[in-house]
Design a protein around this ligand. Structure first.
Ligand code: PMP
Length: 403
């Protein structure tokens, strides 16, 4: 069987069991090469110059936009805005759509399992507009109740914002069904795609998403590049989020005519090399195929869950089914603080995340302050899962609890 780690220079030359893929994935050589090649062969400010280098940079950047369009199955490249990351995409929606379309007395509905990036912007919108923020709760296994959600979405609801996959539970939300409920009441559906895009094909039209944001660095692309999908009719009526160069048609002393979509939302010099790297990441990911990735990740999660089940002092958050974890296993160990766990695992050359995972309301809802999270990618191995389990089985003893 092919060892996918050979595609990733950091992994090929390291003994670390890298199990923090939900925080950021590793980059394959082809992504590093694509970014490097941009700077070596066509570095110029895209869209500004009429000379060949600038035209080449513009073409590379716009080719990347087309790749993202196809990746998300958006109708048009004018619906794809390059951002720095998911956080920036969600803030763009909140500042530009939220602050102009939400008014006092309206409601914004988010789920309790949102990453802070899809919560704080809506808290801001509600604070500034006088709207009310409401929460969709979840059961201990991470599932949500569609009847409850249907009752929560009313004529007052202007925005429903939900993550497609939880970064703590790994559970996938029924976005299509929630989007249908939102649309029936005239609300827009905002989807956080940060944890879905690394693991499954995301089709914004099939999902019924009005907006969807994701980060390049979680899908094996560079840091500092991400994309936001927005439905054209909505983007058209939104004011720019940032203003300045690049996003104008013309400027006078008194005002400006803004550029057409998507450039209206891309002020200043863009991260063209990052976009080119993201394009390479999308190609790489599609070469491997989501089916193969999901198969491998689910097998790794199943092995981890089965091993942890044998340890009565280990508590896994969320579902008991590996298929409902999307590569993510968050857990707690009786009597051992998550930070101690991650330090001990680090000593065993295993990289995991400890803390609240930027989802404090969810952890509180589930009765935790913090947990450890192991998150798998397709390049992880059974041997790494076994190393994780072996280390976890020694934690209590190493903390002085005895056998
Ligand atoms: N949403 C979710 C569900 C995430 O897991 C993350 C990253 N941890 C984000 C948003 C924010 O992503 P970024 O830091 O790339 O903006």
């Amino acid at each position: 069987m092919y060892n996918y780690k050979n595609d990733f220079p950091l992994l090929a030359n390291s003994t670390v069991a890298y199990l923090d893929n939900a925080a950021t994935a590793q980059r394959p050589q082809c992504v590093i090469d694509a970014e490097d090649n941009f700077y070596r062969t066509c570095n110029a400010n895209p869209m500004r110059g009429l000379y060949p280098l600038s035209i080449a940079a513009t073409d590379a950047y716009e080719d990347a936009r087309e790749a993202v369009r196809a990746f998300l199955n958006a109708k048009s490249t004018s619906e794809i805005i390059f951002t720095r990351n998911t956080t920036e995409g969600l803030n763009l929606i909140a500042y530009s759509y939220g602050l102009t379309q939400v008014h006092a007395g309206d409601e914004v509905l988010v789920s309790i399992m949102e990453h802070h990036s899809n919560l704080l912007p809506w808290q801001m919108v509600c604070r500034q507009t006088g709207a009310t923020l409401r929460f969709i709760e979840c059961r201990p296994d991470g599932s949500v109740d569609l009847d409850e959600i249907a009752a929560q979405i009313t004529d007052k609801t202007k925005i429903v914002a939900m993550t497609q996959v939880s970064n703590v539970l790994g559970r996938e939300n029924p976005i299509r069904a929630v989007a249908d409920l939102a649309h029936a009441k005239g609300a827009v559906m905002v989807v956080d795609g940060a944890q879905s895009t690394p693991h499954k094909a995301v089709d914004v039209q099939a999902l019924g998403a009005d907006f969807l944001a994701f980060s390049g660095h979680k899908i094996f692309g560079p840091m500092g590049i991400g994309a936001l999908y927005g439905r054209k009719e909505l983007l058209k009526k939104m004011p720019p989020f940032l203003s300045g160069g690049e996003m104008i048609e013309s400027v006078t002393r008194e005002g400006a005519v803004f550029a057409e979509l998507p450039h209206k939302f891309e002020a200043g010099t863009v991260n063209a090399a990052g976009a080119v790297g993201l394009h390479a990441a999308i190609n790489y990911l599609q070469k491997i195929g989501y089916e193969e990735m999901e198969r491998r990740e689910t097998a790794l999660v199943a092995r981890a869950l089965a091993g942890m089940k044998e340890m009565p002092y280990v508590h896994v958050l969320g579902s008991e089914l590996a298929e409902e974890h999307t590569g993510i296993v968050a857990f707690a160990v009786d009597g051992v603080h998550p930070h101690d766990i991650s330090e001990i695992l680090a000593a065993d050359d295993i990289a995991v995340r400890a803390g609240h995972h930027c989802a404090q309301p969810l952890l509180k809802h589930l009765g935790y302050n913090s947990t450890v999270r192991a998150s798998f990618a397709f390049y992880n191995t059974e041997e790494e899962v076994d190393r994780l389990l072996a280390s976890v089985s020694t934690l209590r003893e190493r903390m002085g609890y005895g056998k």
